[in-house]
Design a protein around this ligand. Sequence first.
Ligand code: BDR
Ligand code: CA
Length: 315
Amino acid sequence: MPKRIIIDTDPGIDDALAFLLALASPEIKLEALTTTQGNVTLETATRNALAILELAQAGGVPVVAGSVVPLVQPLRASAHVHGQSGVGNAKLPDPKNKPVEQHAVDYLIERVLAEPNELSIFPIGPLTNIAMAIRKEPKLAKAVKELVIMGGAVLEHGNVTPQAEFNIYVDPHAAHIVFHSGIPITLIPLDVTHKCLLKPIHINRLLQVNSPITRFIKSAVETCFAHSKSYGGEGCAMHDPLTLATVIAPELLTLKELYVEVDHSSGVSMGKTFGDFLGTTNKPANMKVALQVRGDEFIEVFIQRMESLAKSIPE
Ligand code: BDR
Ligand code: CA
């Protein structure tokens, strides 16, 4: 039985690649995309989600718009990484489909409570929608199967401040609520996503398949390559797609049970995620954290899945 997942997202180049990977993976059934502000505004995120699904001929997957601003912090976007459009240099046509006429928070609550312990949520943007759903419906925490979150930097440097990772930094108050919700959590932080790099050589390989999918990937990641060059990086980190490794290639990840806290004060370490490796807090683990990954092998799985998706959608 494929794992039934809802992706909560702010697309975003690597968010888009995560949708494509989910659609290309028989181990996964993508039930819906719920959108949030983050890399881009909510409006742009929702339009991108619809357009990417249409590109992948998956227009039947519902898209539901959620939070417009983080819980406490002002809105921040990341055009320097994802471009103004959120999908780099890719040109997506205006989507034909419309979002579901319901707020993502209500949609998540309704879907999860209708089928307790059946649905997993994969948040790959700021955690605003998930925190709001937890606060609005206390039964949600026991009914959702699990959260697999892309976020945080546990032993790794931050990518938006020296300490903090983008998704957690954008809404640290939401992260605090989610981390203490009691929901089973797997965290996929920068410690592992920085080891999964898509490089120009991979794009050249993908372009051997003539498809709107491969052309989209090429033009989307160009901005990300340029950004990575600006700090001496070697490629585009597959942050969000790596969450799906927990389903399609779990053997590539090493997880550790850990108590993780987030700084939601407004000082220099706002958004920093702290792992209690020595048990100094005496608190039980609140999540499993991925600390190691066989990154090149994950990239190989990713490329193979993209090749087969692209072959199924030829020009
Ligand atoms: C995370 O931030 C976003 O820019 C990416 O889409 C990813 O979810 C990485 O820090
Ligand atoms: Ca994202």
